[in-house]
Design a protein around this ligand. Structure first.
Ligand SMILES: [Zn+2]
Length: 416
């Protein structure tokens, strides 16, 4: 198998892509733009060398199919689109590793593998232009909110449906892409980590347990404005004091939760002047956890703490939900296979959750058994031109991901 796989070719192709679609500020493959169309042409030229059937679905996702003995499919996915001034690996590493794996499978099985293998390049994973990520995969999974998406507008005032029309996609029909998931029995996605966990552990690869659930709320404390000179400390109704106590409390809540994270990302005060006690203080809280009940507990603890601090400071508190998404745990069997592939490749593996969402979360949501593999990110940074991974780690991830693909083909065959 190893003689047929050429991970160095994947690295060379990624460099070729960077030269073709990036500039001194980074990758410029924003979805539905001329550069993205050019990227797709380049990808199709790579796929043309193989006996695969390639088409674009109703949502603009590109599918390339190598037909096997069984109609049941192993899916491998990624996204060629990037944010403006993006990194050279985010999304396209997954797709290009998939291209190399298709070559290996095609060569090993003389064009007829035991199960059907399909590579998908999801359209607009990043949501960089219209502010809504996972467009193509959420259309395919059936979860795209059509009313919300219909009204999305970019900075130039162009509506999403019009931008789609320009690249030959009929917005009203995007959910027809759901039929592509027929016969899908497993979904695999490789990705650069976008965080520092593997870097800090000094490990090249990790198996992803799922994507975090998110609770995002605005918390407003209501006190009373009063003169900063004439109001004794013990008579104040200081909304900021209560909000400030939340700051250290969320660290305790996150620590008690095990793997959860909590962030207060913004704080605004009214009247917001130097000579007044704060009348109203609004903070935002973002809480994430892979386990649903643990996430619910973190939220409940934050609510209880806010009420306690409000009571202590003689102020009132109100909560408003901004956004919420459930955790998407990946498939246990596939996680075990991913772990095994990593250990066979580089000795040691690590299991970790994903903080960011990925297309894999939408595929898992559609009920397809799913797993992701992460490769170490050198600076722990993505969505930036400095995003990077050591070349030896890139080659290792293609090798390990290929082993996972082979194991997943057996997983699919057993389910036929
Ligand atoms: Zn990505």
């Amino acid at each position: 198998m190893s003689a047929l796989l050429n991970p160095a070719r994947t690295v060379a192709e990624l460099k070729e892509l960077r030269a073709l679609t990036g500039d001194e500020n980074g990758a410029q493959r924003v979805a539905f733009t001329p550069m993205w169309v050019k990227t797709r042409h380049w990808l199709k030229s790579k796929l043309k060398e193989q006996p695969v059937e390639t088409h674009v679905d109703a949502a603009g996702n590109l599918w390339s199919t190598l037909r096997g003995e069984s109609e049941n499919c192993l899916l491998i996915g990624g996204h060629m689109d990037s944010v403006p001034n993006g990194g050279w690996l985010d999304g396209c590493l997954n797709v290009m590793a998939g291209v190399e794996i298709l070559r290996r499978i095609n060569a090993q099985y003389n064009g007829k593998p035991p199960v059907t293998v399909r590579l998908v390049d999801w359209a607009d994973e990043e949501g960089a232009r219209f502010g809504k990520s996972l467009f193509g995969s959420s259309a395919c999974s059936g979860n795209l909110d059509m009313n919300e998406a219909r009204g999305l507008v970019d900075k130039q005032g162009i509506k999403l449906p019009d931008a789609l029309k320009n690249v030959g996609i009929d917005f009203e029909r995007v959910k027809d892409s759901g039929k592509e998931l027929k016969n899908a029995a497993a979904y695999l996605e490789l990705h650069i980590e976008q965080g520092p966990v593997l870097l800090d552990l000094d490990l090249p690869l990790g198996a992803v347990l799922g994507t975090f659930g998110v609770e995002r709320h605005a918390i407003t404390f209501h006190g009373q404005a009063a003169h900063s000179g004439s109001t004794p400390m013990k008579r104040r109704k200081d909304a900021f004091l209560a909000a400030a106590k939340m700051s250290s409390e969320i660290y305790k809540i996150a620590e008690r939760s095990g793997n959860g994270v909590c962030t207060i990302g913004s704080c605004t005060t009214k009247p917001g002047i130097v000579t007044s006690v704060v009348e109203e203080c609004r903070i935002t809280l973002d809480q994430r956890h892979l386990d649903g009940p643990a996430l619910a507990k973190m939220l409940q603890e934050a609510k209880a703490a806010s009420e306690q601090f409000a009571k202590e400071g003689n102020v009132k508190v109100s909560w408003e939900r901004i956004w919420q998404i459930d955790p998407r745990p990946f498939n246990d069997e596939l996680i075990a296979l991913c772990d095994e592939s990593i250990r066979e490749t580089c000795g040691q593996s690590h299991r970790l959750p994903s903080g960011p969402l990925h297309d894999a979360a939408e595929v898992a949501r559609a009920g397809v058994p799913t797993v992701m593999m992460f490769v170490q990110s050198l600076h722990g940074i993505s969505h930036n031109k400095i995003e990077d991974t050591k070349e030896e780690h890139l080659e290792l991830c293609v090798t390990a991901f290929d082993k996972l693909a082979e194991k997943a083909m057996k997983f699919v065959a057993e389910r036929s």
